[in-house]
Each structure stands twice: as structure tokens, then as C-alpha cells.
Design a protein around this ligand. Structure first.
Ligand SMILES: Nc1nc2c(ncn2[C@@H]2O[C@H](COP(=O)(O)OP(=O)(O)O)[C@@H](O)[C@H]2O)c(=O)[nH]1
Ligand SMILES: [Mg+2]
Length: 287
């Protein structure tokens, strides 16, 4: 294994950004550079963090994220956490216009939380969009590594635990083996050249999220990560990995469950067959 970012592309012709998705309509030719686009958030990146009971973590996490880069904003997608996570976010919004909040009425799962965050990012015109956990498993310092890889080399960058050896701290051996072999299994079934397809620490260029039909992605948990990577790759986007160190949460409770593992085990076969018979779910343009 090398330390170089890994490039993977399906070799299909790359589709350009689609602009008929209802968020942004313009008849001008696309010159995707931030300078050509208007809007407050052009040239900025949105870190989407789904939360359920993360009141203890957020007040420490958000300042660490903002320190890394002036371009970073944060969107918390909170599912009515009983511990008052949303109230804490609202207080932080009072003194910081880089804090954004989406409140949902009840616990609705990680996949739909990300999709809601992605739509928000597209609508506001952010150029890059991160996925990140609230529990310090993902080190804010690594955000800039992902960001620079997504600004230069790749359309989708995955923060990878298995890119250079195994970089996981504090996980019981059982969970580590499950995660590692789940990734081997995913790679064999799908053929996708990604070592850590279930990572939830990622950076997308906006055009990937604009091209994918987000409403067609229904999976949650690990499946959601596999599915978004797979379709981005099948659509011809450049998918790369940069090594990260993943540290298990010290505060709060994990969402890991057997159902999430089973969902992922079936999902990879569904993806494979769907890619053969109907192709990636992308937004259609009137031609
Ligand atoms: N909005 C929302 N966030 C969730 C949900 N489930 C988990 N999260 C958040 O998703 C992130 C990852 O969850 P976590 O429990 O740490 O998963 P693990 O690291 O795979 O064990 C954390 O920021 C959680 O607060 C959910 O149903 N809705
Ligand atoms: Mg976690």
C-alpha cells in the first residue's frame, strides 16, 4: 500500500454539472469557478454533521473546525435530540454566522440527514461539502487534507482508515474486524477500488451532489456511504482516499446495530445489479 491518494474512475465519460435540478437555474454557460458564481457561499465549504444527542461534543468540536480554515461553515442536522443539542447550536449561532442548523422532528436516520444537508449546501451555493461525525472520531485537523485533495485531484475524497495500514483507535477487535472485512467484501462484490467504502468522513465537490439523484438514495448508516461512493464512481467522477486516523467516541452512544450491518450486506448486491440493469441514479437533463 502506498501513501499516495488513490485514484479510481470507472472510465466512463464524465458528466458535467447538471443545472436543471430546481436549485439554480441559469442560461449562461457553466464556468464552474467560484468567481463566476454569485452568492454568499461561493468558494466556501459546508461541513454537514448529523446529530442525535451530541450536546456535550458540539461546543468543543465547532471551534476546532472553524480554526482549520476560514472557508469552513458547519451545518448541524439535528433529529430533535432529547439532550437539547439544537438549543446549544442556536446559542452558538448568536455569535457566529458560520453555524447553520436544520431541525427535523424526530430521529430519521443518518442517510436522510445527509441528503437534507446536501440539498441545503447545493441551494446555498457551497462549492465543497463534507460529511463528518460529531463525536471526535474524525479529527478536525484532517479536514484540510480532504479539502485540498478535493480542490485539486478528486471529485470525492474519502477519509480512509484502511488506506495506509489500519488506523483505528479504541475499537474492540470484533468491530474492527467487521469493518475491515465489510470493506473487503464490498470491494470484491462491487469492484469499486476503494479501501474504506464505509467511512463517514468525506468531502464532495458540489457537482457530484448535483449530478446524483439524491432522492433515489434511500439507505442509511454504512450503506449510505457505500452507495454514494459507488454511484459517484459509476458516474465517472474521480474518487480518491486520503489516510485518516479514526478514534472511537468517548462521549455519548454509538448508532451501530445489527440491522445496519445487514442492510449493507444486501446493499452491495443491489448496487451491483442496479448498475448493470438500470445505471446510476442521476438527474436527467432535457436534451
Ligand atoms: N440526525 C441524525 N444524526 C444521527 C442519527 N444517528 C446517528 N447520528 C449522528 O451521526 C454521527 C455518527 O453516529 P455514531 O453513533 O457516532 O456512529 P458510529 O461512529 O458508526 O458508531 C454522530 O454525529 C451521531 O450523532 C440519526 O438518526 N439522525
Ligand atoms: Mg461515532
Amino acid at each position: 500500500m502506498t501513501d499516495q491518494p488513490q485514484q479510481s474512475s470507472s472510465g466512463r465519460p464524465r458528466r458535467g454539472p447538471r443545472r436543471d435540478h430546481g436549485f439554480r437555474r441559469s442560461r449562461r454557460p457553466d464556468r464552474s469557478g467560484p468567481a463566476e458564481r454569485r452568492g454568499e457561499y461561493a468558494g466556501k465549504a459546508l461541513v454537514v454533521i448529523p446529530t442525535f444527542n451530541e450536546a456535550e461534543n458540539l461546543p468543543r468540536l465547532l471551534p476546532r473546525i472553524f480554526q482549520q480554515n476560514k472557508a469552513f461553515h458547519v451545518l448541524i442536522v439535528d433529529d430533535n435530540s432529547p439532550d437539547g443539542t439544537a438549543e446549544i447550536v442556536k446559542k452558538m449561532q448568536g455569535s457566529n454566522d458560520r453555524v447553520h442548523l436544520l431541525e427535523r422532528p424526530r430521529k430519521m436516520g443518518l442517510g436522510t440527514a445527509y441528503v437534507a444537508g446536501f440539498k441545503y449546501a447545493i441551494q446555498k451555493g457551497f462549492d465543497h461539502v463534507f460529511e463528518m461525525d460529531a463525536d471526535f472520531s474524525h479529527n478536525p485537523k484532517a479536514l484540510n487534507d480532504l479539502y485540498s485533495a478535493a480542490s485539486k485531484d478528486y471529485d470525492l475524497v474519502i477519509g480512509s482508515r484502511y488506506k495506509s495500514g489500519v488506523n483505528v483507535v479504541n475499537w474492540p477487535m470484533k468491530r474492527l474486524l467487521l469493518s475491515y472485512y465489510a470493506n473487503v467484501y464490498t470491494r470484491i462484490v462491487t469492484g469499486m477500488p476503494v479501501r474504506d467504502a464505509t467511512s463517514g468522513f468525506k468531502c464532495y465537490r458540489r457537482k457530484v451532489l448535483e449530478t446524483l439523484d439524491l432522492d433515489a438514495i434511500r439507505s442509511n448508516g454504512y450503506s449510505f456511504q457505500i452507495e454514494t461512493n459507488f454511484w459517484a464512481w459509476k458516474l465517472g467522477f474521480k474518487v480518491g482516499e486520503v489516510p485518516i486516523v479514526f478514534v472511537d467516541r468517548r462521549v455519548g452512544v454509538s448508532k451501530m446495530s445489527k440491522a445496519i450491518v445487514h442492510e449493507a450486506a444486501f446493499m452491495v448486491w443491489k448496487l451491483k445489479f442496479r448498475s448493470i440493469f438500470s445505471g446510476p441514479p442521476h438527474r436527467t437533463t432535457a436534451r
